[in-house]
Structures are given as structure tokens and as C-alpha cells.
Design a protein around this ligand. Structure first.
Ligand code: CA
Length: 254
């Protein structure tokens, strides 16, 4: 893709901010950075970045509130950086709209690998959108059928990245979209939490890479958020069914 990738860094520690700038510039981003949450939200609104890194402890509004405000105006991939390893913080961060978190101190190489995986995923989406436009010109009516899936009143369209319930659009984050798409693609087959973590990292599900308990917990929180947005219930699932102790699958057709 020729279009320049954009990132916003919200971090009040000057050394860490400098390190993040170097890492992201090496990954090919134009970088805007700030030490305050309020400014961060403004930079996101102004530049429409693909990626945002967000510190939890900021001098004005905290990282949770910043994530909430960013999420209201942007579908950027939000990586929360936290010095604390407390699971509560992780869950709160994801519930506020972050896509994943990185614990400080982080290794630049590890962060770069994760950022590259995120951008590959988003790149696939951009290509799909471009291809869809080509298809639309060539054959205006067919591609909707080929790229959308329906289950119990929900429609997911992988070309336009939209989700509708009973014809009403639902706003979901890219991470939530990928999880929902993966479950629908699997058509009732169980996907383990590790499978889903690897899917989000853009890895093969059987690659055998390490998946931590916190990574699995992240998937639980994302799916909890998604259920809430769709109006689904874990007890009587219409779309996302929990298979206790194993993972998740799409619910049966009704
Ligand atoms: Ca801080």
C-alpha cells in the first residue's frame, strides 16, 4: 500500500515516548506524540491514525478514559501500555475499548513484531475494501452475497466490515469483528481461546506459539464486549456460544 501509516503515541514518560517513536518510525509510521490524554484524543480526531499507543497513568485524564474517548471517534487499533501487571487493569482497559495491552518494560523487538502483525491484519482489510470497489464496478450486484454471512438475524459483511442485527448497524471494533468473523467462518465448530488469540495475532491456529492466560483472558473480555454490543446472552446465545473449559463457537441456526 502506498498510503502512509499513521500512529499516535500518548505517553507522559519522555524516555518511553522516545523509544516508542523510534520503534514505530522503524515500522514505517508517521508518528504524532503527546504526553496528555486530552491532546491524544485531539490528535486522533485530527489525523485518523491506524494505531494508538496509550499509557495508563497520564497527567490529566487516565488511559481508560482516553481509550473511551478515542473509541468514540476512531476505530484505530489501541495498544495500552501498562506498568502494572494487575489483571483488573487489563480487563478495564479492554472494556474501555483497547484492543490489546503491553506490559512495561517492553522489548522493542517484541513490540515491533506485534505492531507488524496488527498492520498485516488491517492491510488485509484495506485490500479487501479496495478489491470490493473493483468488484462493485465490474458486477454491481453479486459481491454482497459472496462476502456476507448471516446467522439468526445477524449479517456480517467482510468487504465493508459492517455488522447488522435485524438490519440495524452495530458498531464493533476491528478486533471484535475478526473474532465474530472467525466464529461465523467456523460454522459451529469450536475455536479454542488459543486459536482465537493466534487469529488476532495473524498466526496459524496450529502454529504452537505461546499463548498466556492473560492473552486468553483478553479474548474473553473482547467477546464479552461484543456480546454486550450485539445484545447477545451467554446463557441463551443467539450468536456466540461459550463451550465451557474449551472455547467458543457460533450458535446453532434457529
Ligand atoms: Ca505514565
Amino acid at each position: 500500500m502506498s498510503e502512509k501509516r499513521m500512529a499516535v503515541i500518548v505517553e507522559d514518560d519522555e524516555d518511553i515516548r522516545g523509544l516508542l517513536e523510534v520503534v514505530l518510525q522503524q515500522s514505517g509510521f508517521d508518528v504524532f506524540s503527546t504526553e496528555s490524554g486530552i491532546n491524544g484524543v485531539a490528535l486522533v480526531a485530527q489525523h485518523n491514525p491506524d494505531l494508538v499507543t496509550l499509557d495508563l497513568g497520564l497527567p490529566d485524564i487516565d488511559g481508560f478514559e482516553t481509550a473511551r474517548r478515542i473509541r468514540a471517534v476512531s476505530d484505530a487499533h489501541i495498544v495500552m501500555l501498562t506498568a502494572r501487571t494487575d489483571e483488573i487493569d487489563t480487563v478495564l482497559g479492554l472494556e474501555a475499548g483497547a484492543d490489546e495491552y503491553v506490559t512495561k518494560p517492553f522489548r522493542p523487538r517484541e513490540l515491533r513484531a506485534r505492531v507488524d502483525a496488527i498492520m498485516r491484519r488491517r492491510g488485509v482489510r484495506a485490500q479487501t475494501l479496495t478489491q470490493d470497489r473493483v468488484n462493485a464496478e465490474e458486477a454491481k450486484t453479486v459481491e454482497i452475497q459472496e462476502t456476507s454471512q448471516a446467522l439468526n438475524g445477524l449479517t456480517l459483511n467482510s468487504a465493508t466490515y459492517t455488522v447488522e442485527v435485524e438490519g440495524k448497524p452495530k458498531s464493533v471494533t476491528p478486533t471484535e469483528f475478526i473474532l465474530l468473523e472467525t466464529l461465523l467462518d467456523s460454522a459451529g465448530h469450536i475455536r479454542t481461546k488459543s486459536d482465537l488469540v493466534r487469529r488476532l495475532r495473524d498466526e496459524e491456529s496450529h502454529s504452537g506459539t505461546f499463548v498466556s492466560a492473560s492473552d486468553e483472558r483478553s479474548v474473553e473480555v473482547h467477546l464479552g464486549n461484543l456480546r454486550r454490543k450485539l445484545g447477545d446472552s451467554a446463557a441463551e446465545p443467539r450468536w456466540i456460544e461459550t463451550v465451557r473449559g474449551v472455547g467458543y463457537r457460533s450458535a446453532a441456526k434457529r
